[in-house]
Design a protein around this ligand. Structure first.
Ligand code: NAD
Length: 255
């Protein structure tokens, strides 16, 4: 494993780190010298991740639980970086989305980030006050399916990811003078375990996969390792003049 030091001396927490983009990002941050706290609800997969790299400490964390988040925040040192990655794709139009589905999407995709930021921001602001250079950084996982672009059957998902973008900009505006940056990340379609589940659940999985690929002008799905470098950049001091931005890594979908 090659290592460098773009995130040296930084403590970075990643949610939904057991698989997909969160996992690839936790590994990439560790390679860049960060002390990574990789969290997820899946303890078994977290255990595998802990064995895959040095520099990664794992903690089971349900981002839907304010109590669990507060307990973890009380136990950890102040963070330099927070990657709010956890999220869920509801498939369907407004007519497929009852109130329970809407509430679940907003709780996991949006309110979880509010909870994480409420718990970890005071420590991050305090740390930013004492630091020179880039300060502290939050990256919130949004999507190109959001206020950026509408997609069929992404009603609750698109609405919730648009809310993530609004929250990101509000946080960036409130704390821009306190050494805290906050950006929203919008990947294209990424080949992750949950995408494979969405493909398998389609009436014609082979056609569903072709359709996902067809909407990517580069002619392929992204892999998680296409996305992780952008998060490393946004968490590093290299992006110290970048805040409140909607950062697209979408293989040309929104050209
Ligand atoms: P994934 O959906 O395959 O894995 C999600 C992870 O989240 C799992 O490890 C799961 O255990 C964890 N998780 C679920 N509920 C949780 C909870 N309550 N608390 C903590 N962890 C929980 O991973 P992915 O496809 O890389 O998606 C990660 C994020 O990226 C999501 O926010 C998703 O909306 C976003 N995203 C994904 C794509 C894509 O095409 N895969 C595109 C754009 C944005």
């Amino acid at each position: 494993m090659t290592t460098s030091s773009r995130l040296r001396n930084k403590t970075i927490l990643v949610t939904a780190a057991a698989q997909g983009i969160g996992r690839a990002t936790a590994l990439a941050c560790a390679r860049e010298g960060a002390q990574v706290i990789a969290t997820d609800i899946n303890a078994a997969l977290l255990d595998k991740l802990a064995h895959a790299s040095t520099g990664i400490r794992t903690a089971v964390l349900d981002v839907r639980s304010a109590e669990a988040i507060a307990a973890l925040a009380a136990e950890l040192p102040a963070l330099d970086g927070l990657f709010n990655c956890a999220g869920y794709v509801h498939h369907g139009s407004v007519l497929d989305c009852d109130e329970a589905a809407w509430d679940f999407s907003f709780d996991l995709n949006v309110k979880s980030m509010y909870r994480m930021v409420r718990a970890f921001l005071p420590g991050m602001l305090d740390k930013a006050k004492r630091r020179e250079g880039g300060g502290t950084s939050i990256v919130n996982m949004a999507s190109m399916a959001s206020s950026v672009k509408g997609f069929p059957n992404r009603f609750a998902y698109g609405a919730s990811k648009a809310a993530v973008i609004g929250m990101t900009k509000a946080l960036a505006a409130d704390h821009v003078q306190q050494g805290l940056r906050c950006n929203a990340l919008c990947p294209g379609t990424v080949d992750t375990p949950s995408l494979r589940e969405r493909i398998a659940a389609a009436p014609d999985p082979a056609q569903a996969e072709r359709d996902f690929i067809a909407r990517q002008p580069m002619g392929r799905l992204a892999v998680a390792e296409d996305i992780a470098p952008q998060v490393v950049y946004l968490l590093s001091d290299e992006s110290r003049f970048v805040t409140g931005q909607v950062v697209l890594v979408d293989g040309g979908v929104t050209i």
